[in-house]
Design a protein around this ligand. Structure first.
Ligand code: S3P
Length: 446
């Protein structure tokens, strides 16, 4: 059925994933997904800020939540060793973050850096320095620095908006921020800054981004108001958070790789257990249904304030579609794997309004366009999207993840359905959000 192997590159410090698809590419079985990345970050952060104990079950054990845990440990929170059974967090209380003796390192994680900035900026009389890896140091931070400065924050940055950053915490004043972009990281940063700020801090978005912060803040006892018509969310400070028990659902952004793998492979039937299906995240399901994918939602239920379902996907013949507008924030992380789906669909898929992808862990529009083209796909890069004409058979190629986890996994799924051998360099990036991705792929093919 094909083979998948991962090996240390002999001359470089990275790993190369080699995929040789077999003649018969059936994919069958059940998959337990890693915990949702967005919810994992928030559970660790709110647990650290709460009074009392927080228990987190199903936490994502990827590199990104580890960065969050390490930063908050450095500021005094007691967080047990990370495991997916039960992580215990002993919170220190809002406004009680210790001044760390060294630089806080958010690694590759934009969520860690941006959400944390709201908290640091609002801690009076403490100084914080924050950095990240090469990818994160090239990602724009002005989108959070500017609104925080409107609240009175003192933040200095490199090259006018890039990490490393220096934050002198102080008491802030509330604002009503009209965000020019639909970004949960921006919204959450401002709401977190509002927790300690006396009065009502409001964020309005042009389209609704994921609402995990609003849900979890409320569950931890903060006063949160949402206005679905105006697409705004508000926090009333000063708040007090109380430790909770959190069950992290499976990450729909990780499920997306198997949804597309199952839809495009012949003779496939995969069941993905306990996947978060929060409506602010299910754009991928809407689009795949529109593309004629055979996906059913089973056993729908609520788990700790988040809707969850088991997803079953079977092989199908995909059709092209258009992905644009308000849908984009609901599938922002799934566009690389949707580009793969489009390469196997009949007709021309158009993705627009997705310029945000250029400032993710890599420039995902440019990288997906060049890497899929190496495999023989017909792709045109647009300023804010991609145009992909499906149906051209893909062939194996030598590819690069550009250290981006979602690119590494998307290309692996494309490679499974190509003829010949594909090598993906810097494939270890998958561990950012899905440490078991390669072993799961190996198990499905064995
Ligand atoms: C996230 C928000 C999104 C998403 C990221 C996680 C979050 O980023 O791409 O992977 O947890 O808030 P933006 O807010 O920049 O769109």
């Amino acid at each position: 059925m094909g083979t998948v192997s991962i090996a240390q590159h002999p001359s470089k410090s990275h790993q190369t994933l080699t995929i040789e698809p077999g003649a018969e590419r059936g994919l069958q079985g059940a998959i337990a997904l890693p915990g949702d990345k967005s919810i994992s970050h928030r559970a660790l952060m709110l647990g650290a800020l709460a009074v009392g104990k927080t228990e987190i079950r199903g936490l994502l054990l990827g590199e990104d939540p580890r960065s969050t845990a390490d930063c908050f440990r450095a500021m005094g929170a007691q967080i047990s060793e990370l495991n997916s059974d039960c992580v215990m967090v002993e919170g220190i209380g809002l406004g009680q973050l210790h001044e760390p003796a060294d630089v806080l390192n958010a690694g590759n994680s934009g969520t860690t850096m941006r959400l944390m900035l709201g908290l640091l900026a609002s801690q009076p009389q403490r100084f914080f320095a924050v950095t990240g890896d090469a990818s994160l140091r090239s990602r724009p931070m002005n989108r959070v620095i500017q609104p925080l400065q409107q609240m009175g924050a003192a933040i200095a940055s490199r090259h006018g908006g890039y990490a490393p950053l220096a934050v002198q915490g102080r008491e802030l004043t509330p604002i009503h921020y009209q965000s020019p972009i639909a970004s949960a990281q921006v919204k959450s940063c401002i709401l977190l800054a509002g927790l300690l700020t006396p009065g009502k801090t409001i964020v309005t978005e042009p389209a609704l981004s994921r609402d995990h912060s609003e849900r979890m803040l409320r569950a931890f006892g903060a006063t949160v108001e949402v206005d679905p018509e105006r697409i705004s969310a508000a926090v009333v400070g000063p708040s007090r958070l109380v430790g909770q028990s959190v069950q992290v659902p499976g990450d729909i952004s990780s499920a997306a790789f198997w949804l597309v793998a199952g839809a495009i492979a012949p003779h496939a039937e995969l069941v993905l257990n306990q996947v978060g299906v929060n409506p602010t995240r299910t754009g991928i399901l809407d689009v795949l249904h529109q593309m004629n994918a055979d996906i059913t939602l089973e056993n729908q239920r609520d788990v700790a304030g988040e809707p969850v379902a088991d997803l079953r996907v079977r092989s199908s013949t995909l059709r092209a579609c258009t992905i644009a507008g308000d849908l984009i924030p609901r599938l922002i992380d799934e566009i690389p794997i949707l580009a793969v789906a489009a390469a196997f669909a009949q007709g021309t898929t158009i993705i627009r309004d997705a310029a945000e992808l250029r400032v993710k862990e890599s420039d995902r529009l440019a990288v997906m366009a060049t890497q899929l083209a190496q495999m023989g796909a017909q792709v045109t890069e647009l300023p804010d999207g991609l145009e992909i004409t499906g149906g051209a058979p893909l062939h194996g190629a030598e590819l690069d993840s550009y250290t981006d986890h979602r690119i590494a996994m998307s290309l692996a799924i494309a490679a499974l359905n190509a003829t010949g051998t594909t090598t993906i360099h810097r494939a270890e990036a998958a561990a950012i959000s899905y440490p078991d991705f390669v072993p799961t792929l190996q198990r499905l093919l064995s």
